[in-house]
Write a protein that binds this ligand. Structure first.
Ligand code: MN
Length: 207
């Protein structure tokens, strides 16, 4: 487990929920080392530099995201804050020996929204593979229904009316060392072998 590095009152880089080699062979320790240790850490470090001495300095991460979304003068803070949040959510969206059957509550939602678990997974893969350039693909809850949505660059469904359940990072840095341009192989392997449906089910808001 990687240690956290932070000072009081700063946004912290949460520890990975598993070891850097735990997602092999789907995601190599090398990819995870760069993605978590360099990219995610850089977003956190940049954010802390940008908010130091500003009104955002003492805010929780989600508050910063809400307060800066759609504001051109705060785009740097928004991008780094949203990428900090999105990556932590992404690590939790995967687990070693993931994939398989979703918990019953989530399964029923997938069936009523997509016609079945396989149809939901297929739609998730389709949108993730088709997403142009850098961004994220999400399974979200939209009221009674589940939907697949994509966000570009750092954008996050947190600023929309959706409840995020699970995400796939489709920035090239998420897969290029292992798969080069074969995004489809990365996306399908992640859904089949790593998807943390338990985490997604825990995020459901049940009426
Ligand atoms: Mn990433």
């Amino acid at each position: 487990m990687l240690s956290e590095r932070h000072t009081p009152d700063s946004i912290i880089l949460p520890a990975l929920p598993y070891s850097q080699s735990a997602l092999q062979p789907v995601i190599s320790a090398n990819t995870l080392g760069f993605h978590y240790g360099k990219h995610h850490r850089a977003y956190v470090d940049n954010l802390n530099k940008l908010i130091a001495g500003t009104a955002f300095a003492d805010m929780p991460l989600e508050t910063i995201i809400g307060a800066t979304a759609g504001k051109p003068e705060h785009v740097g803070i928004f991008n780094n804050a949203a990428q900090t949040w999105n990556h932590t959510f992404y690590w939790n969206s995967m687990r070693p020996k993931g994939g398989g059957e979703p918990p019953e509550t989530l399964k029923r939602k997938m069936e009523s929204s997509f016609g079945g678990v396989e149809a939901c997974k297929k739609e998730l893969a389709k949108v993730a593979i088709a997403e142009f350039a850098s961004g994220w693909t999400w399974l979200v809850q939209d009221g009674e229904k589940l939907r697949i949505v994509k966000t570009a660059n750092a954008d996050t469904p947190l600023t929309q009316a959706f409840k995020p359940l699970l995400t796939i990072d489709v920035w090239e840095h998420a897969y290029y060392l292992d798969y080069q341009n074969r995004r489809g192989d990365y996306v399908n392997a992640l859904i089949d072998k790593l998807a943390n449906w338990q985490f997604a089910a825990e995020n459901l808001e049940l009426a």
